[in-house]
Design a protein around this ligand. Structure first.
Ligand code: DOR
Ligand code: ZN
Length: 465
């Protein structure tokens, strides 16, 4: 292969030869409202793409004229959004298949309305080599319920000592575009500087778990009144903010993009505001749990509420919500972190940090922003689909709902009450902090390249597994 052809092969993403094929048949969605706007329309999907969009009664739109051999899904007035994209999940395969697998995680993703997820590198073995990333990518395609993109680790074995071969992983069949030691912080400033420089040449995204480990030794809860009252070792805001500030300056001085994982404090918002005002190439995500929950929940000492970074205070949730509305924080990412009951139903200090997120994120976002009137469905499409796809330069996802675009879509029912129960989740784990919580927005149907991956709230069976 000559250099040019080689270059072309390596920049094609995802590699077309390995992508699970689009659906062959035709699918008609009737009575749906794109972005929750206007009168219901019908949407015809052919060979994995949107072929026509027509008003319900519009004769000659081509949508109703020939429905023979077409599978019809009655949307009953549901909101139609682009399929959701989650930049931050932990699907635990390889290594902890007892808590989640690519198959169960993909089912949870489909049930949550996601058509693409990025699964973090803290697997066993760590995702620090092309062969591991490729096996995850291919397995995801084989399951066929969601595009599962592996995230490569920044350092070998997550040891924070030596950088991994970003180039080899980026050029592998998995086409890794994001690198992170998530779960751990790349706290060595020289190593992070080198990572930023290396990533720049390859145009890959570095996602930082901001936590200065010297400030969080033994910490299990946000450092504040609640932790003091409960006798829990506190994790101060400065542990996060000092790394956000440092990495913003590294991004400025060495010129590559840095993404801040799970922003959790008011101060982080202030720093992001400053960095963006300086045109520093920085982006950030916030989790549904940091938008909704506070450290007051720790009063029961239930391990299900332990998470890194920890649940903070009311003023942090307020600042995070405003930052998302203003675009200071770019996206919502779940940090879906399944754990077995032996690691959660134990003393708070011994519980592993992490919460399930995939199956509850859209209802939570709808509750906070749409049902309250703070924002509309366009905003949800932006922060949960379009912006993450844009930040990751991911073609085919987060696209407009328009003729000719790939049919990666989600149908969302409003005024459809349901109660969250861990044991009813598609995820293999049950560690949801929302047990018993009532929501009124529900994911009905998810579509990946024309394939129905979730129907009436039930994820489809894996396609080829
Ligand atoms: O709570 C968390 N759990 N935060 C992380 O950064 C990692 C994650 C995990 O892997 O369980
Ligand atoms: Zn993290």
């Amino acid at each position: 292969m000559n250099d040019q052809a080689d270059q072309q092969k390596h920049t094609e993403f995802p590699p077309t030869g390995t992508l699970a094929a689009p659906a062959q048949g035709r699918l008609l969605l009737t009575n749906v409202r794109p972005y929750g706007e206007g009168e219901p329309v019908n949407v015809l999907i052919e060979e994995g793409s949107i072929a026509a969009i027509g008003a319900d009664a519009a004769a000659g739109s081509g949508v109703e004229s020939d429905t023979e051999g077409v599978e019809v899904i009655d949307g009953k007035g549901a909101v139609l959004l682009p399929g959701l994209v989650d930049m931050h999940v932990h699907l635990r395969e390889p290594g902890r298949e007892d808590t989640e697998t690519i198959a169960t995680g993909s089912a949870a993703a489909a049930k949550g309305g996601f058509t693409a997820v990025f699964t973090m590198a803290n697997t066993q073995p760590v995702m620090d080599q092309p062969v591991i990333a490729e096996s995850v990518w291919f397995k995801g395609q084989q399951v066929g319920l969601c595009d599962v993109h592996p995230v490569g680790s920044i350092t070998k074995g997550l040891q924070g000592e030596q950088l991994t071969e970003f180039g080899m992983m980026a050029r592998s069949e998995a086409k890794v575009r994001m690198f992170s030691d998530d779960g751990k912080c790349v706290d060595n400033p020289l190593l992070m500087r080198r990572a930023v420089e290396y990533a720049k040449g390859l145009d890959v995204l570095l996602a930082q778990h901001c936590e200065d480990p010297r400030l969080t030794e033994g910490a299990v809860a946000h450092e504040g009144e609640t932790a003091a009252k409960l006798g829990l070792r506190g994790w101060p805001r400065v542990a996060e903010e000092s790394v956000v500030a440092r990495d913003a300056i590294l991004a400025r001085d060495y010129g590559n993009r840095v993404h801040i994982c799970h922003a959790s404090t008011e101060g982080t918002v202030e720093l992001l505001k400053w960095a963006k005002s300086q045109n520093i190439p920085i982006t950030a995500e916030v989790t549904p749990h940091h938008l909704l929950l506070t450290d007051e929940r720790l009063e029961t000492y239930d391990g299900v509420n332990r998470v890194n970074p920890p649940l903070r205070e009311e003023r942090d949730t307020v600042a995070l919500r405003e930052a998302l509305l203003e675009g200071i924080i770019d996206v919502i990412a779940t940090d879906h972190a399944p754990h077995g009951s032996e690691d959660k139903c134990c003393e708070f200090e011994h519980a592993k940090p992490g919460m399930l997120g995939l199956e509850t994120s859209l209802p939570i976002v709808a509750k906070i922003f749409v049902e309250s009137g703070l924002a509309d469905w366009r905003f949800v499409a932006k922060v949960m689909s379009e912006r993450p796809a844009e930040i990751l330069k991911l073609p085919g996802h987060g696209r407009p709902i328009a003729v000719g675009e790939p049919a990666n879509l989600v149908l969302v029912e409003t005024d459809s009450p349901w109660t969250a129960h861990g044991e009813q989740m598609a995820s293999k784990a049950q560690n949801t902090p929302y047990e018993g919580m009532e929501f009124s927005t529900k994911v009905a149907t998810t579509i990946l390249r024309g394939h129905v991956t979730c129907r009436d709230g039930v994820p489809s069976a894996p396609r080829n597994a």
